[in-house]
Design a protein around this ligand. Structure first.
Ligand code: DAU
Length: 348
């Protein structure tokens, strides 16, 4: 990305958003970043301790649905990157209302602001591989494939993608959609599978593997994703969608075993528990388009996992604060209480 850019990041206190802001500040001397975040349970200001005090960085507490505030901040931006979202599939199955509010209405507010602020060069919207529904290595989804989301989270993201494309078609707005696979790295909330398994293992708690554990996810290291994003911000074409794959397909059970091996913990911590309703068996993307821009992943799966595990081991203060939060404890009980009681040990 060119230096001198003014970037409005929405949802910058979350996992990928915070990693992206830190990446920009480390690699682009003249960039200015405004981070608009409303600090839900998954947004954590301490993710950006390293950025606080940097004159190139400004945090604004607020909601992406606040159109007055978004329009005010849009005045100061050349590029908008939208990470603001409710992202956890299991929570969308418990109560989907906030997913529609943030993931759909929030995107509408951004698009409407883009319409009014013609100086903005691009809105890059972060979507997900889940919008395609179940896909597999032998039939990976390409960008032009139909959207067949199978859970409320994925459906809200698909709705937002269609809104973006409609604003491009109808108003010629410079919107670009990015659909990544599963991202792994530091600072991800421990509701998600990798940090949940790592922090559970560190506490000698059971690792709840859904169903038979043979579901497949494709994993990409967060820094590799940040590099792809930087390229798409500069070179991505308005109205286009870019899949970003890791080519690192892993069964969940193998993920659990690898984490335990890295930490030197016994595999007897694994429990096979009742499955997630509507659980997509696998995701796989065809990502030739972003590769044509000159991108490819650099960190292989084992290295990505080792770096991630090391970060959680070295930053116990970060995730312990979340485990100490009564709201997380209530979520954990609701999500895993009876599941773990019904769980069975896994024999490899
Ligand atoms: O594919 C991209 C998507 O990846 C993103 O759009 C989502 O925001 C992100 O949450 C992630 O969705 P997943 O459903 O794949 O992530 P999650 O970490 O919830 O689960 C990954 C896999 O691990 C999935 O097959 C379900 C399984 N799992 C998950 C949890 C939380 C378990 O077996 N046990 C668990 O306790």
């Amino acid at each position: 990305m060119k230096d001198g850019r003014r970037v409005l990041v929405t949802g910058g206190c979350g996992f990928i958003g915070s990693n992206f802001i830190l990446y920009l500040l480390r690699n682009r001397s003249d960039v200015r970043v405004i981070n608009l975040d409303c600090l839900t349970y998954a947004g954590n200001r301490s993710n950006l301790l390293e950025a606080e005090g940097d004159p190139r960085y400004r945090f604004v507490l607020g909601d992406v649905r606040d159109s007055r505030l978004v329009n005010e901040l849009a005045e100061e931006a050349d590029v908008i990157v939208n990470f603001a979202a409710q992202t956890h599939v299991d929570r969308s199955l418990m109560d989907g209302a906030s997913f529609i509010a943030t993931n759909v209405h929030g995107v509408f507010v951004l698009l409407d602001a883009l319409r009014r602020h013609k100086h903005i060069r691009k809105l890059v919207h972060i979507s997900t591989d889940e919008v395609y529904g179940e896909t597999s290595r032998d039939r990976p989804a390409s960008e032009s494939d139909p959207l067949r989301p199978r859970n409320p989270y994925a459906a809200s993201k698909a709705g937002a993608d269609l809104l973006c494309l409609s604003f491009h078609t109808a108003h010629g707005l410079p919107v670009v959609i990015v659909r990544p696979v599963n991202i792994v790295g530091p600072r991800q909330h421990p509701e998600k599978v990798v940090p949940l398994f790592v922090t559970s293992a560190l506490q000698d708690l059971p690792l709840p593997v859904y169903g038979d554990g043979r579901q497949v996810r494709d994993w990409l290291y967060v820094e590799d994703f940040c590099r792809a994003l930087e390229l798409i911000i500069e070179q991505g074409e308005p109205g286009q969608v870019y899949n970003v794959a890791g080519d690192n397909p892993q069964e969940n059970i193998h993920l659990a075993e690898s984490i335990l091996d890295i930490l030197g913990k016994p595999r007897s911590l694994i429990r096979l528990v009742p499955d997630r309703p509507g659980h997509d068996r696998s995701y796989a993307l065809e990502a030739a388009k972003v590769r044509r821009l000159g991108w490819s992943p650099e960190v292989d799966f084992r290295a990505a996992l080792e770096r991630t595990v090391a970060w959680y081991r070295d930053n116990a203060w970060w995730w312990r604060a979340i485990y100490d939060d009564p709201a997380f404890r209530a979520y954990y009980r609701q999500q895993y209480g009876s599941r773990l009681a019904q769980g069975v040990p896994y024999r490899s």
